[in-house]
Write a protein that binds this ligand. Structure first.
Ligand SMILES: NC(=O)c1ccc[n+]([C@@H]2O[C@H](COP(=O)([O-])OP(=O)(O)OC[C@H]3O[C@@H](n4cnc5c(N)ncnc54)[C@H](OP(=O)(O)O)[C@@H]3O)[C@@H](O)[C@H]2O)c1
Length: 289
């Protein structure tokens, strides 16, 4: 299943994420995912595993052109020149000439630098070094500010979306500008590994719907994203889960089931509040290639 971005480039709707995948298992996980059928890999400079993602892609034996690679510039590399350099670091580690989708996230306390970083993405797009550019964790007010001060409308906004946190206002703002919403933590993994919250994987509504289709709650959540037009990038390091999370193309949720899942939204964010992100609290130095 593919989605067409606002610049006409197609991307696979279902991808594979590698946040918190340790570098020593990343290459095997990525190769496994590609063997099972995933064709989109989502990494980031700040995950410190871009090199291993590149290795995994080469290990799969697939041609570079068959795999959609997305990565993210980290906030400590913001500024026009710094972001151009950050691209070279990421491309070098991934071992590719061209990146398919390059994302970045807002740094509200330094919004000027955020805009400069986005301008660098526009330059990379014009130079053909990336096929599409996008953003991550942009709330509607931040998106409006960015659109006022840039030329290219982002192709994608990657934000936290799972049954317990659906951000309908963000999805509406994305839709209004023809931006694809890509769900991170699409199965609510963040509600489990951060602790404290109840787990989507044990939710009774999801369990009931899953039983009605002979599927798992994880598969139901991924199918829900796809049927509502989002891209989703589930993560796992376990081969059986990597395969199961891609086995979601042989059933359809009914409208009632989709609405029941929408109704699980608690409006409680699992991840960091985007407007509170600062360079100081999230500082990470991204090493050279
Ligand atoms: N832009 C951003 O700010 C941002 C933030 C967070 C994440 N992301 C992206 O989104 C991707 C996915 O997010 P995520 O890892 O937070 O959440 P997720 O994909 O919703 O959940 C992953 C968690 O669920 C477990 N899991 C995977 N498949 C399962 C299944 N079938 N049944 C039960 N448990 C399962 C995984 O453990 P095992 O690995 O042990 O299977 C892991 O702990 C990341 O890898 C990253 O690429 C982006």
């Amino acid at each position: 299943m593919k989605l067409t971005m606002n610049n006409g480039v197609e991307m696979p709707a279902l991808g594979f994420g590698v946040f918190q995948t340790p570098p020593d298992v990343t290459s095997a996980s990525v190769a496994e995912a590609l063997t099972v059928g995933y064709r989109l890999i989502d990494t980031a400079a700040s995950y410190f595993n871009e090199r291993e993602v590149g290795e995994g892609i080469r290990r799969s034996g697939l041609d570079r052109s068959e795999v959609f690679i997305e990565t993210k510039v980290w906030i400590s590399d913001y500024g026009y020149e710094q972001t151009l350099h950050a691209f070279e670091k990421s491309a070098g580690k991934l071992g590719v000439e061209q990146i398919d989708l390059l994302l970045h996230q807002p740094l509200p306390t330094r919004f000027d630098r955020t805009v400069e970083a986005y301008r660098a993405l526009e330059t990379l797009l014009a130079d053909g070094r990336v096929r599409a550019i996008g953003v991550s964790n942009f709330m509607p007010d931040m998106l409006a500010d960015l659109l006022d001060r840039s030329t290219v409308v982002p192709a994608v906004n990657q934000v936290e979306v799972h049954p317990y946190f659906t951000q309908p206002d963000v999805q509406r703002a994305d839709d209004a500008h023809g931006i694809i919403t890509q769900a991170w933590s699409p199965m609510g993994g963040i509600t489990s590994y951060r602790g404290g919250g109840s787990s989507t994987f044990d939710d009774p509504v999801l369990a009931r719907i899953a039983a009605e289709h002979g599927k798992s709650p994880a598969q139901v959540m991924l199918r829900w994203h796809l049927q509502e037009g989002r891209s989703a990038i589930p993560k796992s390091v376990k081969p059986e889960r990597i395969a199961a999370n891609f086995d979601v193309f042989d059933f359809d949720l009914t409208d009632d089931q989709l609405r029941a899942i929408d109704g699980l939204n608690t409006d409680v964010r699992g991840g960091p509040e985007p407007k509170d992100v600062t360079l100081e609290s999230f500082h990470r130095d991204i090493p050279e290639a």
